[in-house]
Design a protein around this ligand. Structure first.
Ligand SMILES: *[C@@H]1O[C@H](CO)[C@@H](O)[C@H](O)[C@H]1NC(C)=O
Ligand SMILES: *[C@@H]1O[C@H](CO)[C@@H](O)[C@H](O)[C@H]1NC(C)=O
Ligand SMILES: CC(=O)N[C@H]1CO[C@H](CO)[C@@H](O)[C@@H]1O
Length: 390
């Protein structure tokens, strides 16, 4: 773990701006009194508490990767068909955000160091809570990586975090968000789903691995997973298993290379830009036991999910028009929908299944590659509703 304390420094600004934007959306109707909009409830003290919806028992996340938002109307689109070049700009990226938010009714986030406020404006305007992790180029504007993260944390509707207090962790913006069960149920004040956000770092400054991408800090994974996932297992009602965890970061792990078209859903149209050195982060996720899926960006024209050692590894696919892409291949967003288990008397228990699909920015806002990422019954755990003891 000798490399974990290395400082990440900025590299040349010649690389395209990049950013992983993660939208975590959640909802509680009663809190706002306007249906499912503005979904998150305000807990005492002003902190946002994410929760599952009462009527449907669902919690939905929209992941927006690689916006590369620049200057708006004056910024041209990259890699679109010749016929699409005229009239195409960052505003198309903005329009896509509105379309996908309206269609999915979740929440979102984004940022680029250069125009991060403009990029995330649609989420703020729609009143959606949002969270962000930073990508490898996000310090290339006027702010440092830490400065970028602090800025994101302070923005409206942001539920992004910095690092846990009092713990030495590499990077900025390694945090955890808990999603509570349905309000008024026995799991209403407990976490039934954990979202982990990690800063996967920037390019290496280690001479022996020149130009390579740095690895994710193991320290955070160990700290956070072991603490968080087991936190509620000793409190009544006792949860028999740690709540399922979903992890969001920017840069692929070497394990993303484990798949072929025979065992993934989606496409692989470019190489996997992971570090050449394996940090052991994947193994630590497996060991933690609660992680069901990891969601990343970075390679814009890969958009697959594949399962390795019980963990789904998923790309989102590129979202932004100013980012590189592939002409004729629609920009896209990944949606993750988590469903609670219903009790015999109509109440809600812990998580039953985790599904995903992608939305394309085509005329029909097409939904593709819908699949179940995890199912309580199929993973060798209890088939029934025994999510917790009485
Ligand atoms: C960009 O937006 C303009 C204006 O709405 C639209 O006419 C054009 O088709 C969009 N381009 C792409 C590539 O979606
Ligand atoms: C995917 O399939 C290929 C063969 O097509 C195999 O070599 C590889 O081990 C498989 N990967 C996983 C994670 O099952
Ligand atoms: C927030 C929290 O629970 N922190 C704990 C994480 O685990 C370490 C080691 O067991 C404790 O020292 C922390 O207090």
């Amino acid at each position: 773990m000798g490399g974990l304390g290395l400082r990440r420094q900025r590299r040349g600004a010649q690389l395209p701006l990049l950013l992983l934007l993660v939208a975590a959306a959640a909802v509680s109707t009663a809190a706002t009194g306007k249906g499912n909009k503005g979904a998150h409830a305000r807990a005492a003290g002003g902190a946002t508490r994410l929760r599952f919806r009462q009527e449907s028992g669902t919690f939905k996340v929209v992941q927006v990767a690689d916006m590369h938002y620049a200057d708006g109307r004056t910024t041209d689109c990259e890699d679109v068909l010749p016929s699409q070049v005229p009239g195409c700009s960052d505003l198309n990226t903005t329009a896509f955000l509105y379309r996908v938010f309206r269609a999915e009714d979740p929440d979102l986030v984004i940022f680029t160091a250069k125009s991060m406020d403009a990029a995330i404006a649609p989420a703020i305007e729609m009143g959606l809570p949002w969270a962000a992790v930073i990508g490898n180029h996000d310090q290339e504007g006027t702010l440092s990586r830490e400065g970028v993260m602090r800025h994101l944390v302070g923005m409206k509707n942001s539920i992004s975090g910095l690092n846990p207090e009092g713990v030495e962790i590499d990077g900025y913006g390694n945090y955890n968000l808990e999603v509570s069960g349905v309000e008024g149920t026995s799991l209403g004040e407990k976490s039934v789903l954990n979202l982990y956000f990690l800063d996967s770092g920037d390019y290496s400054t280690v001479p022996s691995i020149p130009g390579d991408l740095l690895f994710i800090s193991l320290r955070f994974a160990v700290y956070n997973n072991l603490n968080r996932s087991k936190k509620y297992m000793n409190e009544n009602p006792k949860q028999k298993e740690p709540a399922p965890g979903l992890v969001f970061f920017h840069i692929p792990l070497p394990e993303f290379s484990s798949f072929t078209a025979a065992n993934f859903t989606g496409v692989k149209q470019e190489g996997i830009s992971s570090a050449s050195i394996n940090s052991g982060f994947f193994a630590s996720m497996v060991e933690a036991g609660d992680v069901r899926a990891a969601f990343i960006g970075h390679d814009h024209i890969n958009d697959f999910c594949g399962k390795l050692s019980g963990i789904q590894l998923c790309y989102a696919g590129g979202f932004g028009y100013h980012a590189y892409g592939k002409a004729g291949w629609s920009r896209r967003a990944r949606v993750v929908s988590v469903q609670l288990e219903k009790t015999d008397n109509g109440g809600w228990q812990g998580v039953k299944s985790i599904k995903t699909w992608k939305r394309l920015d085509d005329p029909h806002l097409s939904t593709i590659d819908s699949e179940v990422l995890w199912n309580r019954g199929s993973n060798g755990k209890k088939e029934t509703m025994g999510a917790f003891d009485e």
